[in-house]
Design a protein around this ligand. Structure first.
Ligand code: SAM
Length: 213
């Protein structure tokens, strides 16, 4: 693990709460995968879909990939046999890369820090690497969970820095106490093979309570 953070990854990691990452992703989109996977050994999509596939056994499940980016998660899902996958992201250029993969049924441009207004039309949601300053904060979890039907599955992969700074566990407990979800897995792992880069993987069952109702 000799590499250090630079370029777009460093810029994104050091954002403040009042910044927005969209412009960075619009620029980075064509080179995102060569940098994240090629240089940093980014494996969060694979780790997340490993958990997802243990929780969602029906490969016909309707899935939304939140913050789908260039489609790395969609590709992993298709490898495991899932076929009804929609993607959502704020960045047009990231969505264009995702479209070129041919793995998504529908691609939605939306900002997850605003109410999404998506009814409980999905059986599962997955969101990988889209949390933190300049991205999506813990106050928005409830709206994201609200895209999933009661009893459906939610899988999130979160960078360890905002997880600790913004006390995500406190938000998770509050959601659980209100019946918004029931967390079934919460574990730490390293998600970049060339760096020491801890993140948290969460799996939960949607309780059918909250914003969407
Ligand atoms: C690090 S990338 C992760 C992409 C993909 N999930 C992956 O694992 O490769 C973060 C993604 O979140 C998207 N994003 C950040 N903030 C967002 C927001 N407020 N609403 C929707 N998408 C957002 C970015 O455009 C970017 O595509």
């Amino acid at each position: 693990m000799s590499k250090s953070l630079d370029g777009y990854v460093k810029r994104l990691t050091t954002m403040t709460a009042d910044e927005n990452s969209q412009e960075v992703y619009e620029d980075w989109a064509p080179a995102y995968e060569s940098s994240m996977v090629g240089e940093y050994g980014y494996i969060a999509p694979r780790i997340s879909v490993d958990l997802f596939s243990s929780l969602v056994t029906d490969t016909n499940a309707k899935i939304i990939d939140l913050g789908c980016g260039t489609g790395l998660v969609g590709v992993e899902l298709v490898k495991r046999g899932y076929r009804q996958i929609d993607g959502l992201d704020i960045s047009e250029n990231m969505l264009a890369e995702a479209r070129s993969k041919g793995v998504y049924r529908d691609l939605i441009q939306a900002n997850m820090t605003k109410p999404l207004g998506i009814p409980r039309s999905y059986e599962a949601a997955i969101g990988v690497g889209c949390f933190g300053n300049g991205h999506v904060g813990p106050d928005h979890f409830e709206d994201l969970i609200g895209t999933v039907a009661t009893g459906g599955v939610v899988v999130f992969y979160m960078n360890g820095i905002p997880y600790e700074q913004d006390d995500y566990p406190r938000h998770f407990r509050a959601l659980e106490e209100r019946g918004v979800w029931r967390v079934v897995t919460l574990e730490q792992s390293n998600y970049m093979q060339t760096l020491d880069r801890p993140g948290w993987l969460l799996g939960a069952i949607c309780g059918g309570v909250g914003n969407a109702d």
